[in-house]
Design a protein around this ligand. Sequence first.
Ligand SMILES: Nc1ncnc2c1ncn2[C@@H]1O[C@H](COP(=O)(O)OP(=O)(O)O)[C@@H](O)[C@H]1O
Ligand SMILES: [Mg+2]
Length: 256
Amino acid sequence: MRNVLTVSGLKGGTGKSTTALNLSACLALYEQKVLLVDSDPQARASQWCKMNSNGNDHDLVQVLAGRISVPDAVCTTDIDGLYMLPAGFDLFPMSLKLTGRMDNEKLLRLVIDEITHDYDMVICDAPSSCGYLSLAALTAADWIAAVVIPDQDWVGDFHSLMKIVRYIRQSHNIPLGISGILFNRCNSEKQIENRVIPEVLEQIRPLIYKTMIPDDEILDKEEAGFSPLAVHDIKAPASQAYLAVAREIIRAFNLK
Ligand SMILES: Nc1ncnc2c1ncn2[C@@H]1O[C@H](COP(=O)(O)OP(=O)(O)O)[C@@H](O)[C@H]1O
Ligand SMILES: [Mg+2]
């Protein structure tokens, strides 16, 4: 069974990496075996793993270059059941070489195919923008979670993302599903309604996760930003919210 969820969104700074890291950790706290794949050269989600990796530079770039096998690039983390396939900035020059050939859009999917059977869930952190790496991260997925923040044109952002999803479904014949739209930095339902025509909101509403991630200044602090918040403070509102999203996903994916 392939359960690959790519955390995506075209705008930068909406909280994709924060979500990929915290959601993966919370799924692992619920005793799921999780692999977090970082496909962003900014490597924000990987920083935590790299801090603990004793200088081991095994990462996705080495795998894509054919220098090491996929299992050899996976590192353990401080959380039982949570593993990571990290990235580094080298992914950027490599992505320039891979851009433009349709076959290459499936490379990350093929990498993940080699190990997906070892995990209950694979979470992939996608970069922002419509570039090659975002496309590869979306093409690798069975499902996507779109992370948006309410004070921006989140509907426009989501519709643009859906155009890419349709491209992937048609060109690669992959039945990519929408797991949900996750509101981050959102403290009330009112914020969601603010900028949206009510009829449009009613159409999209079934896709919105029940849980919203509140704005939480601890997530903005450097030390916590490098590691899952639940490890520092399980009672923090954002930790509780990510645990609730993890429960929604466990139910939706029928995980035990
Ligand atoms: N719920 C939140 N509350 C406060 N700060 C947040 C929240 N989510 C993300 N951030 C902060 O916003 C910034 C961008 O988050 P990041 O996950 O790197 O975004 P993206 O991966 O979408 O570019 C980071 O400094 C992060 O710590
Ligand atoms: Mg990011």
